[in-house]
Design a protein around this ligand. Structure first.
Ligand code: FEO
Ligand code: CA
Ligand code: CA
Ligand code: CA
Length: 595
């Protein structure tokens, strides 16, 4: 490979200690920095929004104009020619029972209440909020703003790419297969060099049920993704009251009712934040799985690739390579780049080499005899297609991020502690009882995002230090020991590179689990990709995970998300219901974050 060594980034802050106290309910950040709540569930977004009510009595119509729940991936887009003004786009992955005054309720017939379900659907999706630097140089929200917008599980979306108009997308209420209502479980994200946001649909299968167990057994697009076959869907029981989420085939309805509705989730949704009237677009060339993220890489010649993990035990790492290069001189031409390209799945050989296997109809057994009559089936059943090609099963691939200095790709394999018989260990996933996870690094041949071969290595195995003791004073067993040079953590999830080449790592583990006692609450760490040194920068309140990361154009402001805090953050008064919150981090001396 032609891998230029990136610069060794300067990491100037003093690392902080873990927070192991049971009632820790704040955000603490390295000395010399401040962290303040910036944007919380229920905050007004669209014009005319109602204020958040602390007793959660806001209606679903009010929720439609307010910030959604469970903030996750996000991205800052500067206005053209104005780095002091921007649009932040923020995912709202799912909802907590705290969305309602008294949790999730059912009526006497075992059905969810329609107004509650609508509030939950309204609290999913994406927020677009305008922000600007004030006269003191501090970032503030702009409200009202014509750009402020909520996209939810109730927002109509367009379909483009190979599945547009396809029989596999036809339902009783959309015989055209051209309009999908809503996006679900938007976990991590991506963005494009033409200024659009990419929301990813992760655990969408949990919103559907198929009561016909016989049909389910032969329906790969349900079974291979683990859609529920029980009384209701796995998550919120929407299927009990909203017919769209009951994917049992119904021959009395056109297109068998909603049996195809699950096919319409698991995609990348492109959103143009600068055009508030634009309809989001589901880009189907990317393939369908439980997509955590879609991290972009771009070479100097405009060649693009987008890296994704499928966050389920034993699932795969993918990349999508558009056929066309990005053309800075012709922004109009870039608009449909995402509709044509090749989806690849990763094979990680034990000798440190790897190969991207193309998911192309007709190749390597992806034929009609094997259930793939066209590229549409290859894309809808991407997992099954990847099985045929012999992709390497991984320990729950979460975020990917790309080093801007040499295009090395880093991917979190968060953990895999209920491995079962799903797959054997291999060199990339070396621990049989993997509580703490690892970060893998991919170096594409010639640093080319379109390469089909690569080298890989494990950047870090998370876990305890050798010789550590647990809370009872017993030596920590070997399988819980990692090789971190610096501060310990478990379950890497969110990842992001800043401009100087610092790798920021965000964690998601159960901070109540005794195995995590030494790690304390979830955290943000900063890694030096050259020296592999890792320092703890921020710790979040008890019960939360840290996820989502973005910066202002000068890298003097950084935002991260506190997702599902457990006690009362951001009020931190021990009483107010907790709210997922975007936090703004600045350096007291006005410097670049991390220096
Ligand atoms: Fe939504 Fe895989 O985290
Ligand atoms: Ca995640
Ligand atoms: Ca996670
Ligand atoms: Ca989460």
């Amino acid at each position: 490979g032609d891998h230029a060594h990136p610069p060794v980034p300067y990491i100037g802050f003093q690392a902080i200690q873990p927070r192991t106290d049971a009632l820790f309910d704040q955000v603490v950040v390295a000395e010399g920095y401040q962290a303040k709540a910036f944007f919380s569930w229920g905050d007004p977004v669209e014009s005319g929004a109602t204020k958040w009510k602390a007793d959660a009595s806001n209606t679903w119509q009010e929720q439609l104009k307010q910030a959604g729940d469970n903030h996750d991936g996000m991205h800052f887009f500067a206005f053209p020619n104005d780095n002091n003004r921007g649009l932040m786009v923020i995912n709202h992955e799912y909802i907590n029972p705290t969305l309602h005054q008294n949790g999730l309720n059912y009526d006497d017939q075992g059905k969810r209440l329609l107004d509650d379900v609508k509030k939950e659907q309204a609290a999913h999706g994406v927020s677009v909020i305008e922000v600007k630097k004030d006269s003191l140089g501090e970032w503030q929200r702009v409200y009202p703003s014509l750009y402020n917008r909520r996209i939810s599980a109730l927002t109509p979306m367009k379909v483009s790419g190979p599945l547009a108009g396809h029989a596999l997308f036809k339902t009783a209420s959309d015989p055209s297969a051209m309009e999908i209502i809503g996006t679900l479980n938007n976990c991590s994200n991506g963005f494009t060099p033409w200024g659009t946001y990419l929301a990813c649909e992760e655990n969408w299968h949990n919103y559907f049920v198929n009561h016909d167990k016989k049909d389910y057994q032969s329906r790969v697009s349900h079974k291979r993704y683990g859609i529920s076959t029980g009384k209701e869907d796995n998550y919120y029981g929407w299927s009990t009251i909203d017919a769209r989420f009951d994917a049992t085939p119904n021959d009395a309805l056109p297109h068998q009712g909603y049996v195809n509705e699950p096919n319409r989730f698991g995609w990348v949704v492109e959103i143009d934040p600068f055009d508030p009237q634009s309809k989001p677009v589901k880009r189907t060339a990317f393939g369908r799985f439980c997509r955590e993220c879609v991290a972009p890489a771009m070479a100097d010649n405009g060649q693009l690739a987008f890296y994704s993990g499928d966050d389920t035990r034993g699932e795969y790492v993918y990349k999508f390579v558009p056929s066309q290069r990005f053309d800075k001189a012709d922004m109009h031409k870039n608009r449909d780049i995402l509709d044509e390209g090749t989806l690849y799945v990763g094979r990680f050989n034990d000798d440190g080499t790897g190969r991207w296997l193309p998911l192309i109809h007709g190749n390597e057994g992806l034929t009609a005899e094997n259930g793939f009559p066209s590229q549409a089936e290859v894309l809808v059943n991407a997992r099954a297609a990847a099985d045929m090609l012999g992709a390497t099963p991984m320990d729950r691939p979460e975020w990917a991020t790309v080093n801007p200095h040499n295009l090395d790709v880093y991917i979190s394999l968060t953990n895999n502690y209920k491995r079962g018989k799903a797959f054997e260990v291999n060199a990339a996933n070396p621990r049989p009882d993997n509580r703490h996870g690892q970060i893998i690094k991919i170096m594409e041949d010639h640093a080319d995002p379109a390469a089909t071969t690569f080298n890989w290595s494990l950047f870090v195995l998370a876990g305890e230090k050798p010789g550590s003791t647990d809370v009872n004073g017993n030596k920590v067993p070997d399988h819980l020991v990692g090789n971190i040079q610096g501060d310990i953590f478990s379950s890497p999830d969110g990842l992001g590179f800043d401009r100087d080449g610092r790798l920021w790592i965000m964690t998601d583990y159960d901070d109540d689990d005794p195995v995590m006692a030494n790690m304390g609450c979830n955290q943000v760490l900063c890694a030096n990709p050259q020296t592999q040194e890792i320092k703890r920068f921020l710790v979040g309140p008890r019960g939360c995970e840290l996820t989502g990361i973005t910066w202002s154009p000068d890298y003097k402001a950084m935002w991260v998300n506190i997702q599902h805090p457990g006690i009362s953050y951001p009020a931190s008064d021990g009483q107010t219901r907790p709210r997922s919150t975007t936090v703004l981090i600045t350096k007291n001396d006005g410097g670049v974050i991390g220096t």
